[in-house]
Each structure stands twice: as structure tokens, then as C-alpha cells.
Design a protein around this ligand. Sequence first.
Ligand SMILES: [Ca+2]
Ligand SMILES: [Ca+2]
Length: 275
Amino acid sequence: MTSRYSFNRFCDHNDIKRDSDTKYDTRRNHGTCKSVGIDTSSMTCYLYNDRVYAGLNGTNNSNIIYYWLLESECPIQLGYREDSHSKICSLYNDTNLTWLEAQIQCQQEGGFLFMVDTRASQMVLHDYFVSGAECPIQLGYKEDSHSKICSLYNDTILTWLEAQIQCQQEGGFLFMADTRASQMVLQHYSVSGDLGAFTSLGATDMYDEDVWEWFNGVPIDRSHFAPDDPNNYGNTEHCLFYSTALIDYQCDIFKCGFICQIPTIQTYLPSAGTV
Ligand SMILES: [Ca+2]
Ligand SMILES: [Ca+2]
């Protein structure tokens, strides 16, 4: 990460130029950049939205050093998670090791022990603390025996916005049916007859119209919506509800029950059966 920052800083302080000799559309922003090329004669900086290296068909070899270090791919197959906002890729490992052993383990996985060097990384660390919470059964929450997902259906009639605040006050957020396991949990609530006609769930397109993603950035499968939804009726429907299928409806007027979900450490461990 040290080198990643230094490259970012380098590129921030240099003109970003189009590499017209490559087959790649260059001049990407840092957010989507996977490779960086530095022209050693002019010291200009090229950003690429793909993995680029000297000798790759169509690339310009002269005087350019290519690096792959920006936006490395997060090894989710090892259980790592990429924070949807900051793109920080990390994994909590509960194996008991000495600090030295832990650092070696991290290096073997291509990284290093977690650094709390930015505001974004502080937030990720905070999330780990929150996720380390127990499932608050004293509040009525239940832990799914298979997935360890901790959730509670609340039949208090609230708007979507009020419901999300309530969930946050309990240490969580509106329920995300973003994995097969969590879809099963939602299904259990549905068949048990607990749910009312409508239930608030954890997604909104209020920041980006018609972009439907769960809070964690996982895209919502459009086939899970009711036939005519999401239709953004009257340009007023920006929140997600469940009513035998997913629908978009109003965030601040319509009131119904809701499901809250609390992130616990169990749901982040691969052994707990996360996808
Ligand atoms: Ca909308
Ligand atoms: Ca609708």
C-alpha cells in the first residue's frame, strides 16, 4: 500500500496523458485504474483500466515502465472482502498467531497487516469492531443456524427512512438479501407468515436513479423484482420493499414493517458459509 500511495501521489502531481500507441483507452481515473505507466523520459503518467505490461500486443514499450499496483484485485477466494466505498481489501483472521507470524501470513497472501492510516481505513476497522458484535438476542434478534445471519423482523409501522434509522440505532441496517443464504432467511420470514403485506429492505436508488444495489454494493438481481418494477412511479419511488417480490416505493410516506440485520463476525468468516 505504501507504493500504491506513492504512485497515486506521483500521478496526482503529473499530467496524465493519452497513450495513443496502445489499444487501451487511457486517461482513466484512479478509481478504475488497474495499471499505471510512467514514461521515464518525460515523466508523464498513464493510467489504464486494464492490466498492461511491456510487450503486451499494442502497448507502447518505449521508455514506459508499467506497474500493476493500482487497484489490485481483492482475493475473495481467500475470504477477503473489498469495502464497497474505499475499495480497501481486508480479512479478519481469528487464528492465534504472534505479530511476526501474522505479518508473514499476510505477506504470503500478498499483503501486510492492516494499516489504519486514512479516514477510510479507520471506517473499515470500525466496521470490524461493529461486526464483532454478538447477535443481540436480548433485542429479539435471531441468528440463522446455517448462515449465522443475525436479523429481526419488526412489525412497527415506519417509513423506510425511519426504519433504517431504527436499525442503525440497534447496530445494523435494513436487511440485505444479497446472497443465496440471506435470500433463504428472507424466504423463511415470508413462509412463516410473520411479514405484513410490505416489508422495508436494505437498498435505495435515491443517490443514483435506477441503480439498484444492496447497501454493500452488490447489484440486485432484476429478476427478483415484481413484473412492473422498479418503475420509479411519479419519480417518487427510491426505496426497496418486499411483497412476495421486490418493489420500489416511496421512502418517506408509505409505512410498513421492516427487517433489520446486524453484522456479526460470524457472517464474515468463510467457515460460516458465506458465499
Ligand atoms: Ca427511483
Ligand atoms: Ca414501483
